[in-house]
Design a protein around this ligand. Structure first.
Ligand code: AMP
Ligand code: MN
Ligand code: MN
Ligand code: MN
Length: 284
């Protein structure tokens, strides 16, 4: 059986491992096809390609784009993208610029809550290009403000907490436009995590489909069977292709591992059924 993991992060965004270590770990976990999907950037792909060439693994070029949809932040994964596409890169670069300003604002808000040096502190954990809440989380854990990153988010970084800054990311249309300009397929990432009402999620799916989106992440890591059944039903109802990914960030997050994903139900059409061997090699 071919193991597909179509969602994970390297230290080019908020993952803990370098692209090389990530690929080696994926190979050791018997992943056959891995998509690197860093947040709002593809800087990790060059190193990932080099490492993948020496491993029994097929690398898929990907990205996870932050989108503001109404009052929600939604993540859209792009798969099989041409990372050299200027439309895509201009869009992603604007998002990373926005991230820098947002991070300064997060730092200021934490300062007001009595936590000093968070912005500079978070930067120590981040790559040159991408600064995110996970880097603040690492700083706050290291400095004893919470016991782990999960607790940090709950106490400081989500709505109604001192370090929360509402997102102002790409709109859905632009995000899909960039992915399509780069020849990729757009996928709604971890749909259950948005905690949307059924009506709202249906509206998101409709708009996404109208804009040419084709994929739905039916399996994200290890989930409850009931949730998978529900997402599989939605995928079939809206004729979306099913994707699956671990959303792996770090070996320290013991609840995730590369390739450890509940299997896709037999009823769905896997997104890779639309891929040719050529697709998989084309951009990666
Ligand atoms: P950002 O895109 O900078 O707002 O950060 C979002 C990232 O923070 C997600 O991709 C996760 O890596 C991480 N994250 C968000 N919520 C949580 C949470 N409750 N616990 C742990 N990590 C989280
Ligand atoms: Mn992340
Ligand atoms: Mn995400
Ligand atoms: Mn992710």
């Amino acid at each position: 059986m071919t193991v597909y993991d179509l969602h994970c992060h390297s230290n080019a965004s908020d993952g803990a491992l370098s692209p090389t270590d990530l690929l080696s770990r994926a190979a050791a976990q018997d992943v056959d096809v891995l998509a690197l999907t860093d947040h709002d950037g593809t800087e990790g792909m060059a190193e990932a390609r080099e490492t993948a060439a020496g491993l029994p693994i097929t690398l898929v070029a990907g990205v996870e784009i932050s989108v503001t949809w109404g009052a929600n932040t939604v993540h859209i994964v792009g798969l099989n993208i041409d990372t050299d596409n200027p439309t895509l890169q201009t869009g992603l670069s604007a998002l990373r610029d926005y991230r820098r300003g947002r991070a300064e604002e997060i730092g200021k808000r934490l300062e007001k809550a009595g936590i000093n040096g968070a912005y500079q502190g978070a930067r120590q954990y981040a790559s040159e290009t991408m600064l995110g809440r996970m880097h603040f989380a690492q700083f706050l854990v290291e400095n004893g403000y919470a016991k782990d990153t999960r607790e940090v988010f709950k106490k400081f970084l989500v709505r109604n907490k001192p370090g929360y800054v509402p997102g102002d990311w790409a709109n859905l249309e632009d995000a899909l436009g960039w992915i399509h300009a780069a020849g990729g397929q757009a996928v709604i990432a971890h749909p259950a995590r948005y905690k949307m009402t059924a009506t709202k999620l249906r509206r998101l799916i409709s708009e996404f489909k109208e804009l040419g989106g084709v994929g739905f992440e039916v399996c994200s890591g290890l989930q409850h069977a009931e949730e998978i059944r529900h997402l599989a039903t939605l995928a079939n109802k809206y004729e979306l292709l099913a994707a699956c990914g671990s959303d792996f960030h770090s070996p320290q997050q013991s609840w995730t591992e590369l390739g450890k994903i509940s299997p896709l139900p037999a009823s769905v059409t896997p997104i890779w059924s639309t891929w040719t061997q050529h697709d998989k090699r084309k951009f990666a």
